[in-house]
Design a protein around this ligand. Structure first.
Ligand SMILES: Cc1ncc(COP(=O)(O)O)c(C=O)c1O
Length: 412
């Protein structure tokens, strides 16, 4: 038997050197950026790709015969191909550029939603981001469909047996997060998809937190839709991706109308454009996909397996060190969790933790992280959350732990 090839470990100091924003001081201390689940910082290569587009190629796409428009179109459509490869989709036509994961979910809820009726069920989980709750609630309000919620256990893991009990022939859509932003739980999305398909439901996976941490292959997962946001994967904000299986996207009506999504328009009738343009109404975020493609190049040069191994090390190291501080409780301890360290401290509001560690130059997020039902499930108003990316180091974790010890001293 041949052993699996060893993952070439990444050198976080070298990786860090490629992120310009990290090289500054905050309140007299070196910046330690641990708010990556909210948004990631950008490598110079991504910043340069966007700047170069505006310096050299900027023009509106698809409609122009002049050279700049052709160059801009080639760059934009080339980026679509890059995303297709990164996500393992079969065709470029299955990659729709949207503003972000939120817009991708809203697109599906509004377009596929036209086939949903009273009494149909949408199944989500207790750990969803508000972006994967509210669009379905709006759909239920419009149609009389019913929102069902699969519970999680005390570690923050989905209870698969309960999920399965909620599946029935009434379930039309299962919408599930790949990796939880507040707990770090990684869901068994392939298994979830198989079980949902067995009752005929369509499956949407919210990958906003997954695509910078692990290799994703939508065909391997088998899901019908997958959404993610570029800004969470070292790319620009305001651009994201909806992957949809061609057969479904073909059947689904457009969500928004406007330029570029049409073939012909008369006052009597409009013929829609082919995929994926049918879902990209109006002038899109022209430079966004170009920045996203540069981010994908950057991620792939590091290697997602190497990134995952590095972040797992940081997570283990940070969990051990934080757990030793009296009064600290880690929230979210599911086996196989990834890159997120949510915690509370006895007698200290998370906002106070965030404010005090900021004095030390450490950026973390505090609050409900747009997952209020998760906070309710654990009976807490909020957590403090450190979240890791490829460019974080063990020294960053040491700085976090020192700063949290200071919080403990202040409140002792
Ligand atoms: C799990 C998850 N889903 C969806 C979103 C929404 O992403 P965006 O705001 O980029 O649309 C987020 C953002 O934090 C998230 O963490």
């Amino acid at each position: 038997m041949t052993a699996a090839p060893a993952v070439k470990p990444l050198d976080p100091t070298k990786v860090r050197a490629e992120i310009p924003i990290l090289h500054q001081e905050i309140r007299g201390n070196p910046l330690v950026y641990l708010d990556n689940a909210a948004t990631t910082q950008k490598p110079a290569a991504v910043i340069d790709a966007v700047a170069d587009f505006y310096r050299r190629d900027n023009a509106n796409i698809h409609r122009g015969v002049h050279t700049l428009s052709q160059r801009a179109t080639d760059a934009y459509e080339g980026a679509r191909g890059r995303v297709r490869g990164f996500l393992g989709a079969a065709e470029d036509a299955e990659i729709v550029f949207v503003r972000g994961a939120t817009e991708g979910i809203n697109l599906v809820a509004n377009s596929l939603g036209r086939s949903i009726g009273a009494g149909d069920e949408i199944l989500i989980s207790w750990m969803e981001h508000h972006s994967n709750i509210v669009p379905w609630q709006l759909l239920c309000e419009r149609t009389g469909a019913v929102l069902k919620v699969a519970p999680i256990d005390d570690t923050g893991a989905l209870i698969l047996e309960e999920f399965e009990k909620l599946l029935s022939e009434r379930t039309k859509v299962v919408a599930m997060v790949h990796q939880s932003n507040s707990l770090g739980t990684v869901n068994p999305v392939r298994e979830i998809t198989e079980r949902a398909h067995a009752v005929g439901a369509k499956v949407l996976i919210d990958g906003a937190q997954a695509t910078s941490h692990r290799a994703v292959d939508v065909r391997e997962i088998g899901c019908d839709f997958y959404v993610t946001s570029a800004h969470k994967m070292f790319g620009p904000s305001g651009i994201g991706v909806l992957y949809g299986r061609r057969a479904l996207l073909e059947e689904m009506p457009p969500w928004q109308g406007g330029g570029d999504m049409i073939l012909t328009v008369t006052f009597e009738k409009t013929e829609y454009n082919e995929l994926p343009h049918k879902f990209e109404a109006g002038t899109p975020h022209l430079s966004g996909p170009i920045g996203l493609a540069a981010a994908i190049d950057w991620i792939e040069a590091l290697g997602l397996d190497a990134i995952a191994a590095h972040e797992d090390d940081l997570l283990r190291y940070g969990t051990e060190a934080l757990s030793e501080i009296p009064g600290v409780t880690i929230v979210g301890t599911a086996p196989g969790k990834s890159s997120v360290l949510s915690f509370t401290m006895d007698g200290v509001h998370p906002h106070d933790i965030g404010t005090i560690v900021d004095q030390e130059g450490v950026a973390i997020r505090t609050g409900h992280h747009c997952t209020q039902p998760v906070m309710d499930r654990f009976g807490i108003p909020a957590t403090a959350r450190a979240s890791f990316a490829a460019y974080n180091t063990r020294e960053d974790v040491d700085a976090l732990v020192r700063a949290v010890r200071k919080v403990a001293e202040v409140f002792a």
